[in-house]
Structure formats: C-alpha cells, structure tokens
Design a protein around this ligand. Structure first.
Ligand SMILES: [Zn+2]
Length: 613
C-alpha cells in the first residue's frame, strides 16, 4: 500500500511543481534556473526529472524533493507542504496515516528532548563549579540573576557525553539526540555532545518551545566563539529569530522591532526595558525572517555594525527589507561597540536614547559617507559621491530622491544636474525573482569536501568502483560521505537529505560531460584525497614538533618524530596499494594503457616528496 507521500510523489512531476514558481530552462537531460533562494546572476539551480530532485550549486547549496522545495519557497513546515502538494495532486490525506503519525511523533520526541536538555543545562549552570564561573561571567557583563533565569541560560559541561548520558538515561535514543542537533555521530563507535564547555542560550519558537541552542565560549579564545544547532526538523536558521517569543507583543504594541546581532545584546536590551528587541542568530537576514517580523510590524530599527564600503550581508539584508515594504531605521553606535557594551559601559539610559534617536536609513548612509571626510577636498568628494550614488539610485520615491540630490549638491558644491547625469550611469545589481530570495553567505568548500563529492558522484556512475575501496580507505571520508558511500555499495536507497540529493544531481550532471573517463577520474580523486589527508596530518605534526621544540620538551619531540616517519612510510605503502589495485583492474580492461598510468603515478609520487620537504 502506498503512503500519502509516495502517492503524491508518483502523481506530480518535480519539473511542473518547481516550474510553477520559477522559470526553468532545459539543460541536457536536466533543467536549470536562477536560484530562488539566493541572489545570483548565473543559473546554478538544477532540477533532475529522472531523480525527481532539485539542488542549488550556488550560494545556498541546498536541495531535496518536491516537499522540501515547497517548504522553502512557501516558508511553511512539512505538514503544510504536504497539504499544498496533496491538493495539487488530488490526493485526499488520511489524517491518521503513518506519515502524519511519523512526523508528529518525531516532532514531539524532539520537542521533549530539547526541553529536557534545556533543564539539564540550566541545572549545570547553577550547580557545577564551572557553571558557577559562567554565572560570574554573565553577572560581570551586567546581566541580572533573574534575567539569566528568565532567558533560561544554561551551561554545557566540559565532558564528551554529559548531556547524552543524561538523555539516554531518560529513555532517548542516540539518533534522537543527533536529530535534535545536540549530538554528533562520527562513526559506529564515536558519539559525543555537540556543545561542550559553553554557556547555552536556548532558541525558542514563537510559542516559547525550545527549538535549538546557541553555545558561547566564555573562558578561552581558541575555539569558535559561537556554535549553533544545525538545521533540524524544529530549527531552521533562516527563520529562527532569537527572542521573538518574548518580544512579539511588544513589537506589535510599539509598532517597531529592534534588530540586534547577538543573543547577549538582545537579552541586555530587554533588561533595560526595550523589549521589542530580537536577534538573528548566526545568519544574515532572510525573507523568512522578514515574513515573521511583518506579522507584528513593518518598522525595523537596526543596531548592526555597519560600513558603507563593503557590499556586505547587512546591506543586502537592508535592501531586502526595504523591498519587502519595511521602513528601516538605523541606530548609530558611535565607535563600533555592540549594544551589550553600550548598556554595560554607558548605562541603560544611553541605550534607550539611542533606540529613540534611530535615523532613517538614507540619513544614516549620508552621515556615514561624510564622516571623517572633507567635502572641500577633491579626493574626498569623489569618495563621497561613489559611496552615495548607488544609495540614491535605490530610492524609489522621486521627491525623496530629489531631496537627497539637492542635499548632496549643496554640501559638495556640485551642480545637481551633474549629480543626476552621473546617477543615470549607475547600475545597481538587480535582485532576481520577487522578494522571496534568501540572502545567504555561501560556505566555501574545502578541497577535501570537493574530492569526496567527486568520488561519490563518480561511484554512482560506476557502482563497481565501490568494491575497490577497503574499509581502511573509507575511514578517511567524512561521516556523511562515508554514509552515502556505504549506501551506494550496499545498493541501498540514498534518501533525500541535502547531501544525498546534491550528490545524486551532481552525478546526473556528470553524465552530460563528454569524454569523461569515470575510471581514471575516480582513481585520480582518491589518490589526491588520500595525499591531502596525509599532508594535513603531516602539517599538524610538524606544527606540534615545532612548538614542542620551542618548549624544550625533547622527549615529546622524539615521539612525534617517530610518528611522523611512520606516517611517511605508510603513505608510500598505501600509494603502492592503490596503484596496484587500479592497475590490476585496468590491465583486465585495456592492456595498452598500463604503461602510461604507471608513469603518471610515479610522477605524482615525486611531487609528493617535494611538498614534504
Ligand atoms: Zn541557491
């Protein structure tokens, strides 16, 4: 018997579903378009009819099936996407069907798990020794004890499995802890807490249910200061607004929303009585954020660290907000301080004043452009003009535009016709497709990640290659790559996670590449991946040896050198093994190519030597 989900999928074609929202163009066996979820000029959004999947290879690097697409583009959760698509497909949903039950149960389990984790963290803050140090730290930053309680701040202990041990004792499964974003599973044996030795800020949905966490380091600087829950069934950073559950009524009443960057800024602002304040955590402003804020008010007051020169994420966020009909004002924060510092060092009154004196965005841009510049000097004049022309260009209202042109003409002593002439020449980057695109900061991929993706995509084209990898070799893969690899090898379904859909479409696209020698390409990628990993390990050891030498810890140095030499030796042996393996296979396929390939690999070997010197 088909489930609702399968029934809907079998009746709808992804090309039609996606094509309803954006214009798709045929590209070989696939379709492509400009991505609706981020700003781009080239079309890096692909849809594969044969796989019934979509993926964006540009900034957002997301993908999935029709459900995921509708969730994202409509800004709805899974249950609503299911309703929308069932309607389209003419499928009557069985409310008590397994799918509903499954989603509901999974949701309920995660809600429960996060709530208990939150209680665990708050208890750790109050009772443990380091937890008390964390409280001291927060009090020193000006936070009151009742504020700490109100916001349910907690502490993740400095142990590998403190939280998971507790949760498992409460009857939760490891998989649930991973699904909730609180545990990391490295392989079958290794499993540990995502958050360790951090002050924990629960992130709540609009109903004050905990949906995720931000963890903040407070006693050392050597690690990432902030760590966020990854996207889960309950937490999606592109729509999470820190403090919105506490701020929403106040935002509606005062009819404006103060937006700050950090969780601590947000909490401190509430403490001063400015309670219509929220923070975006760990991401740039997205249309989904704006959609939520708009339910309560269309007036935004930003307290962001801003500069005019860079075309940074903040500026894009402002453009996006204005395009979505928000009135935007900006708080000038003098000397690059964040709100929490201002409140601590200059007092609550100061913060309240700054909020009340927020300036309309264009006034702020003008002030910024003239700051520290002399409008009498030709060089400075030029800089001011080049900063402000794109701003002027974006002003839709002619009267307002004229006002600012005259203002500029007067202050710079330049004729306003000249400014208008120059203004005509300015081109601003047009944002594509309605107001729905997401402003995203793309994560740069590492060489290693790209190699793994290559190997997986190629293995899909030539599944026999999967059997050539020994267990030991698979160990070098990242956990998610390893997981997909094993599924390919065992001929299991890959599912529709972001990563698997990405790999599937990637291999679809490879099919279109002429003269692709899958076998050769595969061998090359694997060798490079292994070399890269060895090199990283060698670099790490070299660093360690250097620092131990500096400390005069010569016993350690000796030990590290042994490790180092062993690594190099292993490296050589492994390489031989790979070459032998690929050679045997090739020899069977085509005898004549053999010599060439041997030459190739020994050349690589030499380069390897050079690098290590
Ligand atoms: Zn995209």
């Amino acid at each position: 018997m088909n489930s609702d989900i399968e029934e809907i999928k079998s009746r709808l074609n992804i090309v039609d579903v996606v094509g309803n929202y954006i214009k798709l163009e045929k590209a070989g066996i696939n379709y492509r378009a400009r991505c609706p979820f981020h700003n781009e000029k080239s079309a890096s959004f692909f849809v594969s009819p044969s796989r019934q999947l979509w993926h964006c290879f540009g900034g957002c690097n997301e993908g999935g099936d029709i459900f995921k697409f509708v969730m994202k583009i409509e800004g709805v959760d899974f249950v609503d996407a299911l309703k929308i698509l069932a309607d389209k497909a003419g499928v009557a949903l069985k409310k008590d069907s397994e799918d509903w039950q499954k989603v509901k149960n999974e949701r309920q389990i995660l809600i429960d798990l996060l709530e208990r984790s939150c209680k665990f963290y708050t208890a750790q803050l109050e009772k443990s020794k380091t937890g008390k140090e964390a409280i001291e730290y927060l009090l020193k930053r000006g936070m009151k004890e009742e504020t700490i309680k109100d916001w349910r701040l907690g502490y993740a202990p400095d142990t590998w499995t403190g939280l998971s041990d507790y949760l498992i004792g409460q009857g939760f499964k490891r998989e649930d802890i991973v699904s909730a974003g609180l545990g990391i599973k490295k392989d079958l044996q290794k499993f540990f807490d995502r958050f360790r030795s951090r002050i924990m800020f629960p992130i709540c949905d609009l109903n004050s249910q905990v949906s995720g966490f931000t963890g903040r380091i407070f006693n050392s600087d050597d690690e990432a200061k902030y760590l966020n829950t990854p996207n889960t069934l309950l937490y999606d950073k592109s729509r999470a607004l820190y403090g919105m559950d506490k701020a929403k009524m106040e935002v509606r009443q005062k009819d404006f929303c103060v937006l700050v960057e950090g969780n601590v800024d947000c909490i401190m602002s509430h403490q001063t009585g400015i309670k219509n304040c929220i923070a975006v955590s760990g991401t740039a402003l997205t249309p989904l954020h704006l959609g939520i804020i708009k339910r309560y008010s269309s007036n935004l007051v930003l307290a962001f660290d801003m500069d005019l020169a860079g075309n940074n994420a903040t500026k894009k966020g402002i453009d996006l907000a204005m395009k979505n009909g928000f009135n935007v004002k900006v708080i000038s924060m003098m000397v690059e301080k964040d709100p929490a510092d201002i409140i601590l060092l200059e007092g609550e009154e100061k913060w309240r004043d700054l909020v009340n004196l927020a300036k309309p965005i264009n006034e702020f841009y003008f002030e910024l452009a003239f700051k520290n510049r002399n409008p009498e000097l030709f060089e400075d004049k030029k800089k001011i003009i080049s900063d402000l022309l794109p701003i002027l260009k974006k002003i839709d209202n002619n009267i307002e535009q004229s006002y600012w042109i005259e203002n500029m003409s007067h202050r710079l002593k330049i004729k306003d016709e000249d400014i208008r002439t120059e203004l005509k020449k300015v081109k601003i980057e047009e944002n594509n497709i309605s107001g729905k695109e997401v402003v995203n900061i793309p994560d740069k991929k590492t060489r290693r990640e790209m190699l793994e993706e290559d190997i997986l995509s190629l293995t899909l084209l030539e599944p026999l290659k999967a059997s050539e990898l020994t267990e030991e070799m698979i160990e070098v893969f990242s956990p998610e790559a390893k997981d997909i690899f094993l599924k390919i090898k065992n001929k299991e379904d890959l599912g529709v996670s972001d990563y698997s859909s990405y790999i599937l479409i990637r291999s679809e696209l490879m099919k279109g590449v002429e003269d692709l020698l899958v076998n050769e390409e595969w061998n090359k990628c694997l060798t490079e991946l292994q070399n890269l990993i060895k090199k990283q390990e060698r670099d790490r050891l070299t660093q360690e040896i250097k620092s131990k030498e500096k400390d005069g810890a010569f016993a350690d140095v000796k030990e590290l050198l042994l490790k180092f030499n062993k690594l190099i030796k292993n490296n050589e042996e492994n390489k031989k093994e790979v070459n032998q393996k690929s050679e045997t296979k090739k020899a069977v396929e085509e005898d004549s190519e053999k010599e060439n390939s041997e030459e190739g690999s020994s050349k690589e070997g030499q380069e390897e030597e050079k690098e290590s010197n």
